[in-house]
Design a protein around this ligand. Structure first.
Ligand code: NAD
Length: 305
């Protein structure tokens, strides 16, 4: 078993070992590129299973592992795994739904508040001995627009209630029960973009959602809008986002994810009105444990039945 995830908690490791599963760790200590992955894997064959974070599990990688039976995602989004190639080979893919939703929702809120009150800039200027009284926006009582009301979107919505917000949402499959419980109103994507003060993305990356938020969508938004993405970078046209922020078409953004990670050389890094984090939505002690245990259990189940 090869564990590529760098943040697997201790108890999942113990659970795997107790069940007779030999664990080999990613020796590089960061997500690997396709060629690196194939090279590293070739040194430890046979590999029967992989615990994977965001590493690209492409057709070539899968083809390099003739004994592979299971890919256990240490998280939720499986967009880094070639699901067609996996299906052809009959390899099992599991993920850990709900394991990190509270953590990602917390980070989403951290980005909302940090963007609204320019916290990173305020921190920077205070350390420099300056006393710039940066003017921000109130969140309390405003309208939030949630794109995708799965586990994370709903966790974000529950927190929005504490801020007495009007909650608008857009989802291909509206969850009417949760909407009633939490107080969510489903609207079209266009209405959400026009009416929300905060717009936050929580759909998975699929062929349908790639580029979902582009130039037209930023045109619909209020000039005071705060745009948050903690889902996947490619759901947003980053060039259009850059232009919207640079021209103050929207007020600010908060991003945890990028089309290319790490986003070295990404022009968004030059802008002051965007708050950036390095894809750490699920990086909490609690989520690590839940994601690790879910991955470990699916592996043990696969090999021990
Ligand atoms: P989920 O499956 O519970 O929810 C996804 C929601 O999106 C569902 O309600 C679904 O109906 C909706 N949806 C799917 N396709 C759609 C479309 N074309 N149009 C409108 N709605 C659509 O997933 P989740 O646990 O809430 O996670 C959402 C995403 O967040 C993951 O897929 C992953 O990409 C991302 N994520 C990021 C981090 C991070 O570290 N930043 C961590 C975990 C998950």
């Amino acid at each position: 078993m090869l564990c590529l995830s760098q943040n697997t908690a201790k108890s999942p490791k113990e659970y795997l070992e107790k069940n007779g599963i030999e664990l080999i760790w990613n020796p590089v200590g960061r997500p690997l590129k396709e060629e690196e992955l194939i090279a590293e894997l070739s040194k430890v064959l046979p590999v029967h299973g992989i615990i994977v974070g965001v590493d690209p599990i492409t057709r070539k990688v899968i083809e390099s592992l003739p004994d592979l039976k299971i890919i256990a995602k240490h998280g939720v989004g499986v967009d880094n795994i070639d699901l067609v190639a996996v299906k052809e080979r009959g390899v099992i893919v599991t993920n850990a739904p709900g394991s990190n939703s509270e953590s990602v929702a917390d980070l989403t809120w951290a980005l909302i508040l940090a963007a609204a009150r320019q916290i990173p800039k305020a921190d920077r200027v205070t350390r420099q001995g300056r006393w710039d009284r940066l003017v921000g926006y109130e969140i309390y009582g405003k309208t939030i627009g949630i794109i995708g009301t799965g586990q994370i979107g709903l966790a974000v919505a529950r927190r929005a209630r504490g801020f007495n917000m009007k909650i608008l949402a857009y989802d291909k499959f509206p969850n009417e029960k949760a909407a009633k419980e939490i107080g969510i109103t489903y609207v079209s994507l266009e209405q959400l973009l026009k009416e929300a003060d905060i717009i936050t993305v929580h759909v998975p990356l699929t062929d349908e959602t790639r580029g979902l938020i582009g130039r037209n969508e930023f045109e619909f938004m209020k000039r005071t809008a705060i745009f948050i993405n903690t889902s996947r970078g490619e759901i947003v046209d980053e060039e259009a986002l850059y232009e919207a922020l640079k021209s103050n078409r929207i007020w600010a953004a908060g991003l945890d994810v990028y089309s290319k990670e790490p986003p070295i050389g990404n022009p968004l890094l030059e802008l002051e009105n965007v708050v950036l984090t390095p894809h750490l939505g699920a990086y909490t002690v609690e989520a690590n444990l839940k994601m690790g245990m879910a991955a470990a259990k699916s592996i043990v189940q696969t090999f021990k039945g």
